[in-house]
Design a protein around this ligand. Sequence first.
Ligand SMILES: [Zn+2]
Length: 406
Amino acid sequence: MNKLIGPFTQIVTLANLPVKGSIEDEQLEIIDNAGVSVDEDGNVLAIKTFADFDQDAFKEIETIDQEAVLIPGFVDCHTHICWGGNRARDYAMRVAGKPYLEIAKAGGGIQDSMKKTRAASENELKDVTVERADRHFSRGVTTIEVKSGYALDIDNELKMLRSIKSADKETKADLITTCLAAHMKPKDFEGSSREYLDRVLDTLLPKIKKENLSNRVDIFTEETAFNVEESNYYLSKAKDLGFDITVHADQFSTGGSKVAVDNGALSAEHLESSTEQEVKMLAESETVATVLPGASLGLGMQYPPCRKLLDAGACLAIASDWNPGSAPMGDMLIQGALLGAMEKLSTAEVFAGMTFRSAKALGLSDRGKLEVGKLADMQAYPCNDYREILYNQGMLPPFKVWKKGN
Ligand SMILES: [Zn+2]
């Protein structure tokens, strides 16, 4: 049934903006006193001045009787929200001065989450994932990528991916699964890193394909996880198996973003340590540069060179990296606002980075803008000027969020 929603004080469509490079706020398409109509499949039918709609043509009209600014739902293209336990102890150690890699080497970090995630049942993992996804949805995030990678053995990685799949049926947000079995070689694996990757390639990835659990593969490229050579080996094989690929790149040292670009990855994610050379390379590629301000905030590290990436012409996506260790906050709105202030980004660049540009990082072109034919994934804020959204630095949450027009 066709439905009309409105009137909104402003609709910021993000239509007609470039996929790559810098954007000025003056380029934003803003329609005043506007409405949006949605078809029975949840796609946008039309967006125009509310008074120009023939209200008799709609069986249902959802009236917005307050001042409201409508923007597309956020797409969080990088999270790890399926995990067991918590890492408050690690966090306290780290803020007191212990470096991340030292905590990891001492048996904290990922290994700790691994134990608790392995111990949790599929149903328990599903429940915590739904809880976090619902919280994200209430803050305007309508699509959420969720990685495995805290189990690191074949059966438990499958358990994680199945639990994310069942969580997807219970939360309003769309959950996109990614296999991150190459997060780190687990301590109890007897063999080399290469042998661990071979085990994943030979045993896990075919099962994931068969059960249709994910079509995406990620790797943590870093000397302490998997080096450049191992990453190239793994990703080229995963590509041969038909997976889309993405890379945890340049977080502590460079190398990962080149792996991403060389292997035609959809995205290179993190980039805190990227230099001029990586910025140029990413800008000249089709690989999305995804930055994760939540990880900088959680680790007390520098932000990635966002301004330089945009000025060089890269496609900059912004995601939360929500995870139990380095990015426990998990809030797009606060992080986007803070990143914009620190890196001198326009509101349009922050919005683009959290919507259609992050959708591109997931290979999705059906969302992230409010345009005819795109999904009616939308969020409305209680204000009359779109600039108030980031100005409030996360303290003005959306009052209504729609997934496919509902
Ligand atoms: Zn991550």
